[in-house]
Design a protein around this ligand. Sequence first.
Ligand SMILES: Cc1ncc(C[n+]2csc(CCOP(=O)(O)OP(=O)(O)O)c2C)c(N)n1
Ligand SMILES: [Mg+2]
Length: 801
Amino acid sequence: MEGSVPQRAATLAMLRQLERKVLWLSSYMIHHANHEVDRGDGLKVGGHQASSASLVTLMTALYFHVLRPEDRVAVKPHASPVFHAIQYLLGNQTLDKLQNFRAFGGAQSYPSRTKDKADVDFSTGSVGLGIAQTGFASLVQDYVHAKGWSPNWPKGRMIGIMGDAEIDEGNVHEALLEYWKHGLENCWWIIDYNRQSLDSVVSDRLFMKVAALFENLGWKVVLIKYGKLLQRAFAEPGGQRLKQWIDDCPNMLYSALVFQGGAAWRRQLEDDLAIHPDTLALLRRHDDAALARLMTNLGGHDLQAILEAFDEAPTNQPVCFIAYTIKGFGLPFQGHKDNHSGLMTKTQLGDLRSREGINQGEEWDKFAGLDVPPAAVEAFLARVPFVAKGTRRLKAERVPIGVFPKIEAKGQVSTQAGFGRVLDEIARAAGPLADRIVTTSPDVTVSTNLGPWVNRRGLFSMASHEDVFKQRGLLSPQKWEMSPRGQHFELGIAEMNLFLMLAALGLSHALFGERLLPIGTLYDPFVCRGLDALNHACYQDSRFMVAGTPSGISLAPEGGAHQSIGTPLIGMAQDGLATFEPAYVDELAVIMEWAFDYMQREGEEEGEARWLRDEKGGSVYLRLSTRPIDQLGRPMTAELRQEIIDGGYWLRRPEPGSDLAIVYTGAVAPEAIEAAGLLGEDRRGVGVLAVTSADRLSAGWHAAQRAREQGQREARAHVEHLLSALPRDAAIVTVTDAYPEALSWLGGVCGHRVRALGVEHFGQSGSIAELYGHYGLDVNAILTAAEGMSGRPVRYRFLQK
Ligand SMILES: Cc1ncc(C[n+]2csc(CCOP(=O)(O)OP(=O)(O)O)c2C)c(N)n1
Ligand SMILES: [Mg+2]
């Protein structure tokens, strides 16, 4: 703590007042909102009062004293009431939101960047993710500073306040390994060591292993174990025996005694320490209430102990504080193993009200019941450093896209190769777009075609490392120079880390005031491995592009284990993510150009122009393929460009009397086109519809239907325009290298009958021809489907060339 001795004492005294206020407000808020549910055994649950209370002291110290405007915090999900109470006292949260905690439109159950807006830096909720986000944000902060972009914004600490059970989540461990590789520095993890999770009590023996793990990976571990009362008692005669007793006490017994209170402590301690007269004397100098206070004076509930620990923390190393706390501290169910989501009864709340000196009607008053005049509290709050620079969510200029490189794709090219070429061209052309792109990949940089980009732009590292192969004149297509100038984060094989890194990169504009255009690549099946982190990234409204490649069964001899089948459905269902699956490189280039702009948009929610939420912007997922296919060599018109972005276009328009259309997505384009050609031999004008984004077609369709229901009768989605070109009694055969339902819904748009071809049972290895034949995606499968739908025999079959 800074300042003179009297200043420090005054700060401490004020923080003690605020600590009481935060406990009251957070407890009352939960009680008032009353959105509890009956658990079935008579116990009402719903506010996470106990999990929240264990952090009151720590968060009071942090928010009202320790944090600086440049610090960024992920708050443990169940500390949400404490967080909101603090924001309310700081003037960043409204009373209305507080009163509607957990209700529609009220303060969120778990702090949310997008829904709360009240200065939440990182959303939390899915345990393990918010905390892991902080380290990646710190690496991004290093990146931004290494580029010299944030001269007037100091580096802050990225802080995670976490529950002790969060350490069980595997992604936390994956993140720790990755941080070590990248030399993490500005990061604090503060573990709320209340030794309880949801169902059970966290093992002490395990936790000491956890501490060793942190140390092993370069973290400073600081135990905030004993409060000042206990520290003083340990110094008295017999005190060391008491310390020994506490250290040896099993969690369960300790928790039970915390719950039972002073008399129970006395009985237990007098029994166990009967042969140690000094210790007995020490205990007897405390009445029951004082004894309970002493025995529950853990470090995490002692402002002075907390502030000392924070003050003494090193600055050139990540720090893990293990703060010993009691779940529900200060509340009637403190320490009880079943208290996880217990709510206080009316009587218990009444007792708390009297203890805190709050009169009826003063419940929301910021100053009621405190021992100091309101003006003094107000003056203190006005000087809190954390909010000294006003709102902490920053803004950044848009990066101009400039002239997008022209890609002349001729002959046979895959979308994955096209993706590599687009990025290579951007890197070669240089300019602001190239400078703000940052790429990352979990050990599949080369095999997803990011190699040419990395060769031109280098790997990012805070320290410079020469490429030894290059130095020695050894030939290699990969130039892996590492330096602070580099623009690629190479990650180990952990897809959770990929999405956490993308999330952090994609929030750089809001966290650090510098816009980045992050691009990640991974094998498409492993989107599922990182799925919760992807969802979390989108929930936070982070902005990035991710390419899943190779995908589907089209990766052929790569093998069945790597075939992704359900990812198009994931892409469709994921809010905040626009999913595309182009077939041709010219389409891909159009989509990427659009995506770089879309990733930067921050407009209003709804746009009626295309029935998509395009003004708002979002992230982009490209499902790509390694299958080379003949390119079309066509001119790119403005109209075609728009249709590619909107989700689809007629590659061949159906003629008025047509009874059939083939609809395809992605790598199966050649089969769709070939089949249409053969069918055209003896029937009129078969249509071929290219779907570049089933996701956007479907989103537009839903939005237009909603708009019509709300009275906008002229509302028509792009897919409705497209399919209205096909006679109503015509049939549709859809084909995609994915689960068939990705396209089968198209039949519902105008009422066409559908036969949906796709992959339902996967896992075979073979050539593309063999697999398409086996799974029913080849030309003849399309012809047979057409035959079945129309009831007319098909005259020409496809003969293998
Ligand atoms: C990924 C995930 N799984 C399960 C849950 C449900 N859940 C919420 S809190 C919790 C236990 C938390 O224990 P701890 O981290 O020790 O926090 P405490 O309640 O003790 O503060 C669980 C299992 C969740 N939120 N996220
Ligand atoms: Mg816990």
